[in-house]
Structure formats: structure tokens, C-alpha cells
Design a protein around this ligand. Structure first.
Ligand code: PMP
Length: 525
């Protein structure tokens, strides 16, 4: 029951009303491990099992004792939290720890440079900004090289070199009768063509169903039209490729490809050679799509993306904001797919459930140190977050990776239960997907339900289902943001068998409700 007067409800009251309409407007007062607590009307604490897991931020659970003790020590010691533009050895230590883990998983010894930020979307935008800075520098280098080559070709022609006939054809210029004025027309056409190609705006490639944040730039990489379309005028649009379709990817690449003409002198003759122009800024993708409905990228498609991106010199930004930090049983979900990123973004669980921090990693061979002078945030790279992140990484890495083994084992158990429910209720459950502790269960669309209440909630089915699970089974979960028939299950590695059973009971009851079209039971009315 809302007790705050309407004129004093200023912090997203519309969203709150909406949550309340599906029974999700709970005020949690305490959290521990996989459990959140709210107080009932008598002031009693009511435990709720948390399968939403802070939308993926709580691989170690709420208020992990080692992390909270560490945080308390940091605060008690008067650790300077904000000291922008000073030495940050703690940030470097996080970068070193991340590099040790990533090198092990990727089997490489190349370093990744770390740029810290505060949120997932910010890390994605930092990666995109870095990629664009790099693209701009590559464009400038290419323009300089083309100009040098053209000057050398001009000199060669003055010295008596001939021009290969196909150079005119490539430049779309008629082959002249006399060589000298003809060469002038050729260079003018080449320069015009090259200027047009070099000036083209960046092309971003990304996947249908992808989610990369809701800031001005990142939301244009997020497929969900409701989030993206109203803001389309604010930032560069992306080309969305259907996941799993190499043909569609090839078609987009062909349509967007940019080439310049390089005039080179070979054996006393000037030739025009087509070269790639770096029009592709980045391919941004999630190895396991979270908000798009928990979809794991296939190894084959990952390989194809890697191959095509190498060919067109397009850096791959692997967004591990949700799938990283061990969530899928490997530190990086992409490493299990054999996908190697030129950039990685990590956030969510990096802050151990209490700090807000994120990081963007850039492969050493691509890194532009100039970026450090043009990108920063007041709050990024702070001591508190970095020390917490170090502790998180230590916990994940302890005992030869026991945490990853636990995540895999717990994930298998949870997935096994979800599959058993799906097998028993094929009429209600469409699919179970995911890896480790990043799992999703998709319900069939209920638009044809015999119950008016269920039919009417079809557009937000997952939220109504989540409201039911919370009310009747004390389970917290949510649908994925862009695929609302899919419920997400992203608990911490502390997940117990009893908690899995509790979820099973709730899901089985929900399947019966859908089968029996029992709208009253679903909505509690
Ligand atoms: N990328 C991915 C893959 C995400 O799942 C999310 C958040 N769900 C983001 C980026 C954005 O992170 P944040 O909400 O911290 O901005």
C-alpha cells in the first residue's frame, strides 16, 4: 500500500506504480547470500530467494562476508576514495589480476590495457570511443600514405612511367588519348573517390537481440526498439545482424564496405590498387545475450564473426558485462566459445555487489595511449571500488578456480531442474537456455489463453509471472529486458538444493496455471 502523498512521490513514481500493478513493488530491508528480506505488516522479516541476482551483479551473493569485512576495513582505515589524477596502484593491481586470468583463459601472453568506468554502459561507450579514436588515427595514416603514393606516382609519370589501363577503369575515368592530361583526370578522380570513402561515418555492427546499455551511444547498439528508437537522432545507428546467420553478416559487410584507391608504381608502371578503408568501427556483441532472452552464441558463428572481422579489420568488442566475472562457469563466457575480443567490457559482479565499477580492456597491439588524455570520469578507478574488485577476483580465483567449478556444478543442477519442468510441461515452457548460472526459461506466448487476465498480461507475461512467484513462492526473478516471455535465473554461486526445489515448486505451479488458464491464481485477484 502506497502511503506517501502523491505530491511527494518524486523518484520514478510511474515505474513504482507499474511495479505495484504486477505485485513487484517490494521494499527490501536486508540482504544476505541469495536472500533478500522485506517486512510484512507485522514487522516480521520475510525471506525471498533472489534469482535476479542484481541483474547479474551478485555472483558472490549479497553482502559476501569477506567483501563487506574488507569494505569496512577500507573505510575504517580512512582510505582516500576519490583521488583523481594521482597514482592509482590499486587500479593497476586490478588490471594485472584481470590480465593474469584472461591470458590463462585465452592462452595468450598479450596484455590488455585497462580503462576504468562506473557502469556497464559506460564501459561499452569507452570501448566504442577508443575504437573510434583508433579508426580516426588509422584513417589519417591511410590518407597520408595514399597522398605519398599519389605524389610518387605523379613523379614517376613525369619521369616517363606509363599508367596501367585498368587503373582508369577502377577509378571510373575514361582512358585518355594522351598520357599526361589523362593522368591528371585519373588523380582527380582517385582523390575525389578516396575523400568520399575516408569521410564516411563509422559503421557499427552488432547482433539482433543484443543489449549494451541505455546511454546515448550504447542504446543505439541495443536492439530493443522501445529503448533505442526514441533516441535514434542522438547517436550513430548500428547495423543489426541476426545471430547465427553468416550470410546476413556477409551481406551487411558487403553493403557497408569502403575501399580506397592506392596509386602504386610497380616495374615502371602506375597501378591502382583497391584497399580497405577502415569504415567499420567495431562489432559489439555479447557471447551470451542476457537481456535479449539468454541466448548463447554458437561457436561456429563466433568463429565466422572473428574471421570476417579480421578480414575487414573491424575490432571485436566482447561485452561481458553480464556474462563475465565467472557467471557462466568461465571467467569470460567468450573464452569457452573460442572468441577472442579486441576489447572486453566487465562490470556488474566486478564490484562484488557493493561497489559500482566497470572496466574496458583493450588489446595491447591496438591500444592508443592518447585515449587516457581524452576520456575520464570523476568516479572511475577509485580506491574503494578497486580494492573491492581485487577481493572479488581473489575469491573467484582461490583454490585453483573452485568458484568456477561451483558455478558450473550449481548451474548444471539448476538447468537440470529447469529442463525437467520443461519436459513435464511442454505446453507451457517453450525453451530452456543458458550456461552456468546464467539461465533462462521461455514460456509459450499466452495471447491465446482462455483466461482474459492471462491474455491481457501477454505483453508483459514475465512480469506477471514474476509477481506470482514473489507473492506465492517468495522467489525473486524478472524477465529479460527485451524478451519478456523469458524468465532469468542468475543466482549467486551460494545457490542451495533447497532453493532450487523452492523455484521448482513455483515454476511447476506456474505451468499448471497457464495450462488451466487460471488467471485469478496468477494475478492473486
Ligand atoms: N551490457 C550488457 C551485456 C548488459 O547486460 C548490461 C546491463 N544489463 C549493460 C551492458 C549495461 O550495464 P549498466 O546497466 O551497468 O549500464
Amino acid at each position: 500500500m502506497e502511503t506517501v502523498p502523491a505530491d511527494q512521490r518524486l523518484a520514478e513514481p510511474y515505474l513504482l506504480d507499474w511495479l505495484s500493478s504486477v505485485g513487484l513493488d517490494v521494499h527490501y530491508v536486508r540482504a544476505e547470500g541469495n536472500t533478500l528480506y522485506y517486512r510484512d505488516a507485522n514487522g516480521e522479516e520475510i525471506p525471498v530467494v533472489d534469482f535476479a541476482g542484481g541483474y547479474g551483479s551478485l555472483i558472490l551473493g549479497h553482502n559476501h562476508p569477506r567483501i563487506t569485512a574488507h569494505a569496512q576495513r577500507l573505510l575504517a582505515a580512512g582510505t582516500p576514495v576519490h583521488a583523481q589524477f594521482s597514482r592509482h596502484p590499486y587500479a593497476n593491481d586490478v588490471a594485472l589480476a584481470l590480465n593474469r586470468i584472461i591470458r590463462r583463459e585465452l592462452g595468450t601472453d598479450e596484455s590488455y590495457a585497462a580503462i576504468f568506468a562506473n557502469t556497464g554502459a559506460e564501459a561499452v561507450e569507452a570501448a566504442v570511443k577508443h575504437a573510434e579514436l583508433d579508426r580516426g588515427m588509422r584513417l589519417r595514416d591511410l590518407a597520408g600514405e595514399l597522398a605519398d603514393h599519389l605524389a610518387a606516382a605523379r613523379l614517376a609519370v613525369l619521369g616517363g612511367a606509363t599508367v596501367a589501363p585498368e587503373a582508369y577503369a577502377l577509378a571510373g575515368v575514361e582512358r585518355p588519348a594522351g598520357p599526361e592530361d589523362g593522368f591528371g583526370a585519373l588523380t582527380a578522380a582517385v582523390e575525389r573517390h578516396n575523400a568520399r570513402q575516408l569521410d564516411r561515418p563509422p559503421v557499427f555492427l552488432t547482433l539482433e537481440g543484443g543489449f549494451h546499455g541505455k546511454l546515448v551511444g550504447s542504446v543505439q547498439l541495443t536492439h530493443n526498439e522501445g529503448y533505442r528508437a526514441p533516441f535514434a537522432a542522438l547517436a550513430a545507428p548500428a547495423r543489426f545482424v541476426p545471430a547465427g546467420s553468416p550470410e546476413a553478416l556477409k551481406a551487411v559487410v558487403e553493403a557497408e564496405r569502403a575501399t580506397v584507391l592506392d596509386l602504386v608504381v610497380r616495374d615502371g608502371q602506375v597501378h591502382a590498387v583497391e584497399r580497405n578503408s577502415p569504415v567499420f568501427c567495431a562489432f559489439v556483441l555479447e557471447p551470451v545475450q542476457g537481456e535479449g532472452g539468454i541466448h548463447v552464441l554458437t561457436k561456429e558463428f563466433a568463429r565466422e564473426i572473428q574471421r570476417i572481422c579480421a578480414e575487414i579489420e573491424c575490432p571485436v568488442v566482447v561485452d561481458e558485462v553480464q556474462s563475465g566475472m565467472g557467471r557462466t562457469g568461465d571467467f569470460l563466457a567468450s573464452s569457452a566459445l573460442g572468441l577472442r575480443g579486441d576489447y572486453y567490457t566487465l562490470a556488474k559482479s566486478l564490484g562484488g555487489g557493493i561497489a559500482k565499477t566497470s572496466v574496458m580492456l583493450t588489446r595491447g597491439s591496438l591500444y592508443r595511449p592518447e585515449f587516457e588524455l581524452v576520456h575520464s570520469s570523476t568516479f572511475a578507478k577509485d580506491a574503494f571500488s578497486c580494492y573491492v574488485a581485487q577481493e572479488v577476483l581473489e575469491i573467484l580465483e582461490a583454490d585453483g578456480g573452485a568458484a568456477y567449478r561451483t558455478i558450473r556444478e550449481r548451474g548444471e543442477k539448476l538447468e537440470g531442474m529447469l529442463r525437467a519442468v520443461a519436459a513435464d510441461h511442454p505446453d507451457a515452457v517453450k525453451d530452456v537456455r543458458g550456461r552456468g548460472l546464467m539461465l533462462g526459461l521461455e514460456f509459450h506466448d499466452q495471447a491465446g489463453s482462455a483466461s482474459a487476465a492471462i491474455r491481457e498480461s501477454a505483453g508483459l507475461l514475465g512480469y506477471t509471472a514474476a509477481g506470482y512467484l514473489l507473492r506465492e513462492h517468495r522467489i525473486r526473478t524478472f524477465p529479460t529486458a527485451s524478451a519478456v516471455n523469458t524468465l532469468r535465473f542468475e543466482p549467486s554461486l551460494l545457490l542451495t538444493d533447497a532453493e532450487i526445489r523452492q523455484l521448482e515448486e513455483g515454476l511447476r505451479a506456474l505451468c499448471v496455471i497457464f495450462r488451466e488458464a487460471d488467471g485469478a491464481r496468477l494475478t492473486g485477484t
